[in-house]
Design a protein around this ligand. Structure first.
Ligand code: SF4
Length: 348
């Protein structure tokens, strides 16, 4: 199967498969979608491949981070997504974050989304810490630019800086934004990355079984994409759960239908205990709306008051009992940061 996949997925498909089963990289039919016609249940079992030691993964969920602890106690949490800018010596990054200090439960820091080259997310997490931010941090770890050794080093580095949550992602195809000559890595996929992080935390071992003496305490999230083939997506979530995922973060949700799909997670015997964070995105202008129409085939209407639109969507989602938190994405546009912080204060 790996041979037919540009990302070398062994636990496929990745989130880049569209609802017609086409690959995001070059439009080829994704070979993993063929499994649905034969033995779809094989997608539910994590495959580690060579080079990993095998250990049992407990399904018990412990809240090492405040973020997960709050959700396990029934509290709804708010996170803000920050993109670490590569301009302004970090000052722009702080401008994004400052209005949310003491307001949100956590910051979610991206790892070169869409392959765009930005500042390292663990360095950005450290920058928040040295500037007095004490909120929980969830660092995105993507397999697109780093192999398993480098991902291990990055995760350990984050622990020194007080990172308590990692969002394990396969990652986008880097050639889209990082240039056609960049070498995609994809040594791992998200399922194996989750397992590797559980080895670190539960057994203090690296992927080969080498001892790590860091006494790491952190939690591991996985992503879900309701705009992908949903039957496959649910099966992949079960594989991630078995690999060690402890909470779920959705891709941005643009329609009520996409939000309703999250209910299937709470109806699934293997997944129902996992807290689910729903992601909402600020639609600033016609350009944002057109991107959603083009990529997600959702016919959004442009609202002249983007903040009002955002607040309405947040309140709708908060009224749903199967959602445990909200992650707000605002594309790093700090013109809106104060307004969004006010929304969070009202909604909390
Ligand atoms: S959609 Fe993802 S898993 Fe499927 S072939 Fe493309 S890169 Fe591989």
């Amino acid at each position: 199967m790996q041979e037919g996949c540009p990302k070398n997925m062994v636990n496929g498909p990745c989130g880049g498969v569209d609802s017609n089963g086409k690959c995001e990289v070059d439009g080829r039919p994704c070979p993993y979608t063929e499994l649905l016609k034969g033995k779809p249940e094989v997608l539910e079992t994590p495959i580690l491949g060579p080079g990993f030691i095998y250990k049992d993964v407990s399904l018990e969920i412990k809240g090492y981070s405040e973020l997960l602890g709050k959700m396990l106690n029934g509290q709804k949490v708010f996170l803000i997504e920050l993109e670490p800018s590569r301009r302004g010596h970090g000052l722009r990054f702080l401008d994004q974050a400052r209005p949310f200090k003491g307001v949100v439960d956590g910051f979610s820091i991206t790892d070169n989304p869409l392959g765009r080259v930005q500042t390292d997310p663990v360095a950005a997490a450290g920058y928040l810490r040295v500037n007095g931010f004490t909120e929980d941090i969830m660092v995105h770890l993507s397999c697109k630019d780093r192999n398993r050794a480098s991902l291990t080093s990055t995760a350990l580095g984050g622990l020194w800086l007080g990172v308590k949550n990692y969002l394990a992602l396969t990652g986008d195809w880097p050639g889209f934004m990082a240039g056609p000559h960049v070498k995609p890595v994809f040594d791992l996929d998200s399922v194996r990355l989750i397992y590797m992080l559980r080895l670190l935390r539960d057994y203090e071992l690296d992927y080969m079984g080498g001892k790590v003496k860091e006494v790491p305490e952190f939690n591991i999230a996985g992503a879900t994409n309701p705009y992908s083939l949903w039957e496959i997506e649910l099966r992949k979530l079960r594989a991630k759960r078995r690999a060690g995922m402890e909470f779920i973060v959705s891709q941005p949700l643009f329609s009520d239908e996409a939000v309703r799909k999250l209910k299937d997670i709470k109806n699934d015997p293997l997944l129902r205990n996992l807290p689910v964070i729903a992601t909402v995105m600020l639609m600033r202008n016609r350009w944002d709306v057109d991107i959603v129409r083009k990529h997600f085939h959702v016919n959004l209407h442009e609202n002249p008051d983007p903040l009002e639109e955002l607040e309405n969507r947040i309140n709708n989602i908060l009224s749903i009992d199967y959602v445990n938190g909200i992650l707000i994405v605002f594309s790093g546009d700090w013109n809106y940061a104060e307004g969004i912080a006010s929304i969070v204060k009202r909604c909390k």
